[in-house]
Structure formats: structure tokens, C-alpha cells
Design a protein around this ligand. Structure first.
Ligand code: GAP
Length: 455
């Protein structure tokens, strides 16, 4: 492999390539696949679960390691009046139309053939129902009775947990305004048109933060949070040319928002929303005061003023960010092998090392017992610090390629020379450069490399 340099690099062209890699390598599987799958539901396999955890950790640390943000883990099921107060019972719906001929059901507000000609997007028929409002919240019942009094909802956003805990957190954490609450958790929406793999699903995880500020300082904090979020994406290695801002026009604003802007990413299927930064004003706290009868305001010692704080929200889907990380990391390096003259493609997921599900792979050159001993010992030692894989099957070239395809930054080869010189070969994922390093130094070498990584 070392007698090769890449002549050209191809980025991800289509989502199908990623769906296939994700399944083949154990990142993401169709949910309940042995039963034919469940539409729009996905399971994270061994590498996907670790990748997702790393994405959450990166987001969580970027939030709660600040002095002015604290964490929260609120329940999915909440008092049903929360959703009355928040406006979701009355306002969280999409306009829906059915085709009476082919029975296709579609959204009226984002289907071009309907918007332009009032035609079915599937069969072109104009024999359509009126637009109806379809509420996106999943309903269920709490306890043994299924009457209307027992209705509860699966939360469609985590944000309401932040608002209903505002007072508890303010008093218990002794924070002063401005301060924020960050949470990661599952949300559910009965989307009419889910799709594009893990981009839009009915069950998903959100990473949301509400930052409470004095009215009048909201515009300034809205800008600061826009900047902080952009910096976060750069820090986790997302290529800036694939990110852009998309402000919401007045007719696109959610029912709670005074101002909103999306971070969009250039997916293989086009520019789409990744995250929303919203100025929610005092909408939510005021509504909860109205419906609960509990005052949710703030007394500012310094000025002796009492006010209802405004909330600046940052909201990103964890699954959607995992898709961004996968798409952005993918590259095919195409080269000609100098010995055989044959074209060759190396597929690499060039993850930022903080996100890489496996940090290092230990690869004994042969399955012989004399190499297995020191290799396993090295694996166990490294596993105390990082996620490590041990692989002793197939040729070393194939094993390198497998690790490249799952984005492992370092491959460590234990060979027969190791038995004499107590050294191993460490190969770098991105440059394929190889270094000979003493066994006792491997852990430090890898740790320093992960820390000092730059794209
Ligand atoms: N609390 C505000 C809120 O929920 P949103 O724009 O509806 O705002 C925030 O959602 C983020 O959650 C989106 O930018 C997206 O990343 C993610 N998200 C929303 N619906 C989703 C879905 N059906 N599947 C996957 N992610 C979703």
C-alpha cells in the first residue's frame, strides 16, 4: 500500500453509497429488518452507536463546559397541558392532501406539483381532497384506561423540558441571567414525508439549548450563539464550504419565534436544514405562566427589575448531525498502483478523531501465537484509554482498507521484527505515512496524535 499516492479525490455523490457503507460496516441498520423493516426507523449498530455517542459528547461538552450553561435530562412524557401551553396541540401541524385516485398522501406546503397546478405528485390527477391539518404529535395513553383524560403525548421537541424546569434550575444552580440549559433526548414527530435515511425520521434525538437573557439583549445573544454554533461545526471538522446560513422569512417562522436562522448543510440531496437558531422571545415562559399559574420571571438584584427573560434557542438533530458527519467525512482516493498499473480506490471516512468510533486498530501481521501475545497485551493497554479494535484476519492490506473505511485514525502493526526490537509500525489514516515506534511509547504516540490532529 505504501507505494501508492492518490491522484484524485472524489467526495460522496449519492446517499445510496452511504446507506450501503453504513449497513456493511455496522453503523446503521433498518429497524426490525428481519420483519421487512419499519418505515423511517433506524438502528445504530456497533460503530454507529459509538459515533453517535461521540457526537453527543462533543455537543454536550461544547455547551455545559461553559460557565453559563447547565445540563438537563427531562422525561419524554410530560403533563399534557404543557403541549396546550406551548401551542403544539393547536399549532403543530402540517397541511395534508390525499389523492382520491391513487391514494397518495402528501404535504400541501412543499409539493411542487400541488403548489403550481393542484396536481397529485404521483399520478397527476386533480381529483384531490381539501387540505386538512394533520397534527404531528404522537398520542398515547397513560395508565390502564384509554379515555380522553389519560391522553399523553410523546414530546415533539425537548425544549419544553427546559422551560418547565426553568424555575427549578434557576434556584438550584444559583445561576444568574444570562444562563442556558442544554439537553439531549429523544423526540417524536409523526412526519408525513420522512425519508433520506436518518435525515428525517419519526423518532429522533435532539440536542437543544435554551439561553435566557434580559429583554433587549436578545439580538446580541442571538448573534453570539450563531457564531458559537458555527465555531462548533468547524471544530468537529465539518468542511466550511458545505455549511451556510439560511434566515427564515416572516412567513416561515415557527409559531414561537421572533427571529430564526438555519444552519444548512450540502447533503448529497441538496442544501437542507441541520440546525435552527431561534429567538423565542418570552413566548414559552409567558405561556407556561398562563397555563400553570406559576410565575416564571426573574428578579435582577443589581437593577431591582423584574422581567420575563427571552430565550435564544439552538436546536440540532443528533441523527441529522451524524448523517452530516458521515457524508462530510467520506472520500474516495483514486490512484494507480505503481507495481500492477491497475487503478485502485481507497475509501476513507476522514472523521475528526474526537468523533471516530475506533481510535486505533491493533493488527498482528500473522495469527501465530508468538505475535498474538504482545498484540493482545497492546490492545488491552490501549483500550484503557481509547476505543480499540483487534483484527487478525485477512491480508494486512485488506485490514488497512477496512479501518480506513470506518475512519480509524491509527493502525498499529505487530510483526516478527517486534519480537526483536520491541517496536511496532503505526500507520496514519490520512497520509498512510508509517512510523516505527517503541511498544512502550504507542499509547503516548496515539494520544498525542489524536490531540494534535488537524485536517
Ligand atoms: N425546539 C425547536 C425545534 O424543535 P425544529 O427546527 O423543529 O426546532 C430542530 O427542530 C432540529 O431537530 C432540526 O434542525 C433537525 O436537525 C432536527 N429534526 C427536526 N425534525 C426531525 C426529524 N423528523 N428527523 C430528524 N431530525 C429532526
Amino acid at each position: 500500500m505504501s507505494n501508492q499516492s492518490s491522484d484524485s479525490v472524489k467526495r460522496l455523490q449519492d446517499l445510496a453509497t452511504m446507506v450501503s457503507l453504513a449497513k456493511r460496516r455496522g453503523f446503521v441498520f433498518q429497524s426490525s429488518e428481519i420483519y421487512g423493516g419499519l418505515n423511517s426507523c433506524w438502528d445504530y449498530g456497533p460503530l454507529g452507536a459509538q459515533l453517535k455517542l461521540n457526537v453527543k459528547r462533543a455537543w454536550w461538552n461544547s455547551m455545559v463546559r461553559r460557565d453559563d450553561v447547565v445540563g438537563l435530562d427531562a422525561a419524554i412524557l410530560m403533563h399534557p397541558t404543557v403541549w396546550k401551553a406551548s401551542g403544539h396541540v393547536d399549532g403543530f401541524s402540517d397541511p395534508l392532501v390525499d389523492c382520491k385516485d391513487c391514494k397518495t398522501r402528501f404535504r400541501a406546503d412543499n409539493t411542487d406539483s400541488y403548489i403550481n397546478d393542484k396536481k397529485c405528485p404521483n399520478c397527476g390527477s386533480k381529483n384531490l381532497t381539501e387540505e386538512r391539518k394533520f397534527n404531528l404529535m404522537f398520542k398515547t395513553h397513560m395508565g390502564p384506561t384509554e379515555d380522553a383524560g389519560a391522553v399523553v403525548y410523546l414530546r415533539p421537541e425537548t425544549a419544553q423540558g427546559h422551560y418547565v424546569n426553568y424555575e427549578n434550575i434557576l434556584t438550584s444552580s444559583r445561576k444568574k441571567i444570562p444562563f442556558g440549559i442544554a439537553a439531549i433526548g429523544k423526540s417524536f414527530r409523526n412526519e408525513i414525508t420522512p425519508g433520506n435515511f436518518i435525515f428525517r425520521t419519526r423518532e429522533f434525538e435532539q440536542m437543544e439549548m435554551q439561553y435566557f437573557v434580559k429583554p433587549g439583549q436578545d439580538a446580541e445573544w442571538y448573534e453570539k450563539w450563531r457564531e458559537a454554533r458555527w465555531t462548533f461545526y468547524k471544530k468537529i471538522g465539518i468542511r466550511e464550504e458545505n455549511l451556510r446560513w439560511k434566515p427564515h422569512g416572516p412567513d416561515e417562522l415557527a409559531h414561537y419565534a421572533k427571529a430564526a436562522v438555519d444552519v444548512q448543510y450540502l447533503f448529497p440531496f441538496g442544501w437542507q436544514e441541520l440546525e435552527g437558531v431561534h429567538n423565542r422571545g418570552d413566548f414559552d415562559l409567558t405561556q407556561h405562566t398562563k397555563f400553570s399559574g406559576k410565575k416564571l420571571d426573574y428578579f435582577e438584584e443589581a437593577t431591582k427589575e423584574r422581567y420575563v427573560p427571552y430565550a435564544i434557542e439552538t436546536a440540532v438533530g443528533c441523527d441529522r448531525l451524524v448523517l452530516v458527519v458521515l457524508c462530510d467525512a467520506y472520500r474516495e482516493e483514486i490512484s494507480v498502483d505503481e507495481e500492477s498499473g491497475k487503478p485502485d480506490t481507497r475509501v476513507v471516512l476522514g472523521f475528526h478523531p474526537d468523533l471516530a468510533p475506533v481510535k486505533a486498530a491493533v493488527l498482528p501481521l500473522s495469527k501465530k501465537a508468538e505475535l498474538q501475545g504482545p498484540s493482545m497485551k497492546l490492545r488491552d493497554e490501549l483500550a484503557q484509554e481509547f476505543e480499540v479494535q483487534y483484527d487478525d484476519s485477512q491480508s494486512i492490506g485488506k485490514r488497512y482498507r477496512r479501518q480506513d473505511e470506518i475512519g480509524t485514525p491509527y493502525c498499529i502493526t505487530v510483526d516478527f521484527e517486534t519480537l526483536n526490537d520491541q517496536k511496532v509500525t503505526i500507520r496514519h489514516r490520512d497520509t498512510m505515512k508509517q512510523d516505527r515506534v517503541a511498544l512502550t511509547e504507542v499509547s503516548n504516540y496515539v494520544a498525542a496524535g489524536l490531540r494534535n490532529f488537524s485536517k
